[in-house]
Design a protein around this ligand. Structure first.
Ligand code: GPV
Length: 740
């Protein structure tokens, strides 16, 4: 999820001023031109944007790395709001061409599907041969990723599917010309559209085809490059490290075994030893339901040889395991790569763990959850495999591109631009926090960014907001676990309090602009109802003359990378309020932190490490801790819920915001006894944290100090740190500078 590339590229290449000057001579303004570019949204949310940040860091730190993916013709849907409801529109982003990509018509590979496996005799030995039924061509499109302050530029190679020139001869011979053309077109569909479900996979055939297409083309490319310089596969682990970014590319394990065994004839155990040394794996989720499974039937018909290989890997693993743990059948069945049951399936996470030398979590708490819950059995077997590398974000995009005035201010007061390559230097801001002119300049920068955001809000929604209000932002994919509903309930409570206050008391209230943005997966009903409720509440609050500037609620439609670039610098407060134990890391919070925005958060994911760095006095923390959640859930119907929560819930149920019937099922999800994400039990402490934020905001000096300290603590959350850790610990690679 790259977003736009123009500003980022000219900045990383160090030609920003010359470029702007040249454009000027042509009669164009850089900022105006940059706005014309559309976003590349080839992913869903945090996982995809994290990949983009990692690519920027890999290039900047001179690591010899390639990124692989799919060149979807339709990126993530565009969200439009009609009458408060989300509608999805196709994002045909390639309509006017993509100036950044280089089509490599000569870099193509055949990817095969379906067919049968036959046993043939080869020099007296029986070997398995896959006779595929369908062939598709993968064409490479290269997207250069320039590093900052280096000549190094790395490549993001995206694959597009094209019909192969191998005709369906039978169809031609039987004269079925039309059908053979239709079949050709179907193959092209493989790279057409991105699945918009964030982390819920329904075992769809096209998704599996996409995964294999991506994996097969990438591995052929990698092995071709390896073979150009080496002729012995024993050297593969020295030359190649393959990182599985979640389980989506984990079919590559079966594919590389197939290549080494069936095509290179290395023999199973030799191939297995090599494969074990090249893969590392990062898992980006917490909950077991989020883990990808592929129905065996589906896999067997699409990739019959791969299914055999997966069975073989599993049976070897089960044998080895029995030797270690004995005949503990419950444990054996939990750890098996194959899940028995109504729908027999392949557990892609188990496969990835068994075959990787390292299993990474994305934050300290996430890693603990993996070790003690999700993958407990595996941790007990292979404790040395389990590591964590906390996520990060690139300061090039999230400060230099998106917040030029803050960028200038940082360089001025730190006396150097070196922080752009070394974010640890941001701690130097702590030395100036007591300097009044620094604080004044800091405040001015925030005000300017709030102005930009206010203008955008007015254009998008017609709502005029006051710059003196606290801009309180929650932008991310809509998920029940991320608890946008808790935020909306908090807003309803605030509104209710304002309505019940007399005029004098109202004057003491800190004005707020609540900003919510994010897409809901098209099939995720509850998430869509949350969006509608947000609009219903906004309609009521924003048009209430009693309330005026004291409270506004705006929903920012079509949240994407370039909207984030505008919203994040303009936020005073941002919310990261997932039920503890559910957000594997979270990276949005790191972007807000860098931009001097205060966090209101639960102790979940990377927030726990942010607290270590920032101190708990400099953010607003609330809610149950990870280790308390299970016990609270067990209480079920006996769980204590504050009266205010019950009251807010009643207002929605009674139709105070309209659409009474429509909201009932949404309300059911948080009713006592059914409130899995614990909105009710966290509500009291949430309101207290909100009150603490209000209190701090009326002391501008204190607030600005906290804001400066937030940015000063953000260095550890640069993806440069993340990537360096991966390079040194997991991939064992060194920087490799461009020689010219
Ligand atoms: I798995 N994540 C995501 O956006 N989509 C997914 O399908 C999966 C994970 C996110 C996590 O939710 C975040 O907590 C995390 O920061 C991010 O991946 C990057 O690790």
């Amino acid at each position: 999820m790259i977003g736009r590339s123009l500003s980022n590229s000219v900045i990383n290449l160090g030609i920003q001023d010359q470029y702007a000057e040249a454009l000027n001579q042509l009669g164009f303004e850089f900022e105006v031109l940059a706005e014309q570019e559309g976003d590349a949204s080839l992913g869903n949310g945090g996982l995809a944007r994290f990949s983009a940040c990692q690519m920027d860091s890999l290039a900047t730190l001179d690591y010899p790395a390639w990124g692989y993916g799919l060149r979807y013709e339709y990126g993530l849907f565009r969200q439009i709001i009609v009458d408060g409801f989300q509608h999805e529109q196709p994002d045909y982003w390639l309509n006017f061409g993509n100036p950044w990509e280089i089509e490599r018509i000569h870099v193509t590979y055949e990817v095969k599907f379906n067919g049968t496996v036959e046993e043939v005799d080869m020099n007296g030995e029986k070997v398995k041969v896959w006779i595929p039924g369908e062939t598709v061509e993968a064409v490479a499109y290269d997207n250069p990723i320039p590093g900052y302050g280096t000549k190094n530029t790395i490549n993001l190679r995206l694959w597009a599917a094209k019909p192969s020139n191998q005709f369906d001869l039978e169809a031609y011979n039987t004269g079925d010309y039309i059908n053979s053309i239709v079949n050709r077109q179907n193959t092209e569909a493989i790279s057409n559209v991105l699945y918009p479900d964030d982390r819920s996979h329904q075992g769809k055939e096209m998704r599996l085809k996409q995964q294999y297409f991506f994996v097969s083309a990438s591995l052929q490319d990698i092995i071709r490059r390896f073979k150009e310089a080496h002729n012995n596969f024993d050297e593969l682990p020295e030359q190649v490290a393959l990182h599985l970014n979640d389980t989506h590319p984990s079919l590559s394990i079966a594919e590389i075994m197939r290549i080494l065994v069936d095509e290179e004839h290395l023999g199973w155990s030799k191939a297995w030893n090599i494969v074990n040394k090249i893969f590392s794996f990062t898992t980006h989720t917490v909950v077991a339901e989020g883990l990808e499974k592929i129905p065996v039937d589906l896999l067997g018909s699409l990739l019959p040889r791969h299914l055999q290989i997966l069975y073989e890997i599993n049976s070897n693993f089960m044998e080895e395991l029995k030797k270690k743990i004995g005949l503990d059948y419950n444990r054996l069945s939990r750890m098996s790569i194959i899940e028995e049951g109504a729908v027999k399936s392949i557990r892609m996470a188990n496969l990835s763990i068994v075959c990787s030398h390292t299993v990474n979590g994305v934050s300290k708490v996430h890693s603990n959850t993996l070790k003690t819950k999700t993958f407990k059995d595996f941790y007990e077997l292979w404790p040395e495999k389990f590591q964590y590398t906390t996520n990060g974000v690139t300061q090039r995009r999230w400060i230099v591109v998106s917040n030029p005035s803050l960028c200038a201010l940082l360089s001025k007061w730190l006396g150097t631009e070196a922080w752009i390559r070394n974010a640890d230097l941001l701690t130097g801001l702590r030395d100036h926090v007591d300097n009044t002119s620094f604080r004044h300049e800091w405040k001015m920068v925030k005000r300017l960014n709030k102005m930009r955001l206010a203008e955008y809000i007015e254009t998008m929604s017609g709502v005029k907001v006051s710059l003196d209000a606290m801009f309180d932002v929650q932008v991310k994919r809509i998920h029940e676990y991320k608890r946008q509903l808790l935020n909306i309930f908090g807003i309803i409570h605030r509104y209710d309090c304002l309505k019940n206050m007399d005029k004098n008391d109202r004057r003491k209230v800190v004005p707020r602009v609540c900003i919510i943005g994010g897409k809901a997966a098209p099939g995720y009903e509850i998430a869509k109802k949350i969006i509608k409720l947000c609009h219903a509440v906004a309609e009521k609050v924003n048009n209430d003359a009693d309330i005026g500037d004291l409270l506004k609620l705006v929903f920012i439609p079509d949240y994407n990378v370039s909207v984030a670039e505008l919203v994040i610098p303009g936020a005073d407060l941002s919310q990261h309020i997932s039920t503890a134990g559910h957000e594997a890391s979270g990276t949005g919070s790191m972007k807000f932190l860098m931009n001097g925005c205060l966090l209101l958060a639960t102790a979940d994911g990377s927030t726990v490490e942010i607290i270590e760095e920032l101190g708990s006095d400099n953010l607003f923390l609330f809610g149950a801790k990870v280790e308390e959640v299970a016990e609270l859930r067990e209480k079920g119907g006996a769980l204590k819920v504050p009266l205010q929560f019950a009251r807010v819930l009643r207002m929605v149920r009674d139709g105070y915001f309209g659409d009474k019937d429509y909201f009932q099922s949404l309300c059911d999800t948080v009713e006592v006894g059914n409130d899995f994400y614990l909105l009710g039990s966290d509500f009291g402490s949430y309101l207290e944290a909100q009150a603490a934020a209000d209190k701090a905001f009326v002391e501008p000096d204190k607030w600005i100090k906290m804001s400066i300290l937030s940015a000063a603590a953000s260095g550890r959350f640069s993806s440069d740190r993340t990537i360096r850790e991966y390079a040194e610990r997991t991939w064992k690679i060194d920087p490799c500078q461009c020689p010219f």
